[in-house]
Write a new protein. Structure first.
Length: 230
């Protein structure tokens, strides 16, 4: 899985569309790197890659992967997403289903490999100069080479996003990330970002933001990302 992630990072790189499907033939890629500023994990890095392709006007296929810092899990999913209801409604709904793998390093033994399944639901509503979105998912282990405490139950996530577009080249994203992993308390993280559209590179954006743990999480990360749509 690490080889696949590293390969995909060299592809050219909107937050993922959630409830809005990609148009047929449209490609979207985003790459982000986070660097920890927390004292206990200072300079640790994590990388994420997200890709979507409009297979039809109502079916989007994609890849969602994270390459964790040294000693932390990495995972990757292939998924399908389809909207529910008519496309002319101001509010949109969509459901998704994905299959993935997770690699859990073990400094004292063999790396644990897991096969995963994930289902998700997204709601979104466009505003005059922005949007609102809610993305929820649950993932569970289908098979595991070794049973790992805290890594074998269901994982729940819910992200709440308010996007603002004050100009044609600038977007602001305010996101609350919440979730629950096995054998750990629920967490909440605040992740605001500024997105700047490059004038000479059509469809290319630069994202600068932070990730700050509010409860159940001690993240203090700086984030730099790139988006590419074509």
């Amino acid at each position: 899985m690490r080889i696949l992630l590293i390969f995909l990072l060299f592809l050219p790189s909107l937050s993922h569309a959630g409830a809005w499907p990609r148009d047929k033939g449209e490609v979207f890629l985003s790459f982000a790197n986070e660097i920890s500023a927390a004292p206990q994990t200072r300079y640790a890095t994590g990388t994420s890659l997200y890709a979507e392709y409009g297979l039809t006007d109502r079916l989007t296929v994609g890849f969602d992967g994270t390459l964790g810092a040294t000693g932390t899990p990495s995972e990757a999913y292939l998924f399908l997403r389809t909207p529910l209801g008519k496309a002319d409604h101001p509010a949109r709904l969509a459901v998704s289903f994905g299959l993935g793998v997770k690699s859990i390093p073990n400094p004292w033994g063999t790396t644990t490999n897991q096969k995963l399944a994930k289902i998700g639901a997204s709601w979104g509503r466009g505003l005059q100069r922005g949007w609102l979105a809610v993305d929820m998912s649950v993932a569970w282990v289908l098979d595991s080479s070794i049973t790992v405490p805290g890594q074998s139950g269901a994982t729940y996530k819910a992200d709440f996003t308010w996007g603002m577009k004050p100009s044609d080249r600038v977007m602001l994203i305010w996101q609350l990330q919440t979730g629950k992993v096995p054998d750990a308390p629920a967490y909440a993280k605040f992740s605001p970002s500024l997105i700047w559209r490059m004038q000479r590179q059509k469809g290319t954006h630069i994202e600068i933001g932070v990730v700050y743990g509010l409860t159940g999480d001690d993240s203090q990360n700086l984030k730099l990302g790139f988006w590419k749509q074509f």
